[in-house]
Each structure stands twice: as structure tokens, then as C-alpha cells.
Design a protein around this ligand. Structure first.
Ligand SMILES: [Ca+2]
Ligand SMILES: [Ca+2]
Length: 124
């Protein structure tokens, strides 16, 4: 089992995050949705993505044979977030949430799996 993180990937990932933090501006970014190759739909549910008590977000969870999971979040027919949770791996590049903050189909924000994130304003 490989427990060492991929240092090259991490440094690129961290650089992207620190750029946003340093400039305080929204730097045009694009994150690719995780690939569903080898994943199967496991469960579907509706969730409250903005804390108003109404479950407006359709959540689909996929698993692969290794136990890795991918989750998509859809509202009004538009996927606004993906998450990837890679089993037994703490690397930020393999465990993340990406969000399309402005409904242009470009996933422009990235979060950690434990970070708080909400449905974008454009889908409220
Ligand atoms: Ca809601
Ligand atoms: Ca976007």
C-alpha cells in the first residue's frame, strides 16, 4: 500500500489555493469533475444545501470496487458540486469538493471534505 502522498500534485494544488488567498481576488479557475469510470450508482437522496429546511438538492453517491466514493449534487437539473472521497488516502488532491459558484458549468471553487459549502446563489 502506498501511504506517501503525491508531493508534486499536492504542491500544485496548494499553489492554486494560496494564489486565491494571497490576492484576495477570484482568480479564474477550473476544476475537472471526477471521472465516473469504474464507479456505480449506490444511493440517491435529497438534501438541504442551504439550510432553509427544504431539500432542494438531489444527491447521488457512487462507489467503485475499492470503496472510493463520488458524490454529485444537483438542483434544478444542474450539477453544482462534485465530491471525491478516496478511501485510506488523506491527500487533498484525492479528497475534495468542487463547486460551480455561478452556474456557468465551470467548477471554480474547491473545498476540503470537512469544509462547509452551500448551494450557489444562482440556484436559489
Ligand atoms: Ca434548502
Ligand atoms: Ca463557475
Amino acid at each position: 500500500m502506498n501511504c506517501l502522498p503525491d508531493l508534486k500534485s499536492i504542491s500544485i494544488f496548494m499553489l492554486g489555493c494560496s494564489l486565491v488567498a494571497l490576492t484576495g481576488q477570484v482568480v479564474a479557475k477550473q476544476y475537472e469533475p471526477p471521472k465516473l469510470d469504474g464507479f456505480n450508482l449506490h444511493a440517491e437522496s435529497d438534501a438541504d444545501g442551504d439550510g432553509d429546511g427544504k431539500n432542494e438538492t438531489h444527491v447521488k453517491q457512487y462507489f467503485n470496487a475499492s470503496g472510493d466514493s463520488i458524490v454529485s449534487m444537483t438542483t434544478k437539473g444542474r450539477i453544482w458540486a462534485w465530491s471525491l472521497n478516496t478511501r485510506e488516502n488523506d491527500s487533498g488532491v484525492r479528497n475534495y469538493v468542487i463547486r460551480d459558484s455561478d452556474c456557468d458549468d465551470v467548477f471554480d471553487e474547491v473545498y476540503g471534505l470537512d469544509d462547509e459549502f452551500h448551494i450557489p446563489d444562482c440556484l436559489k
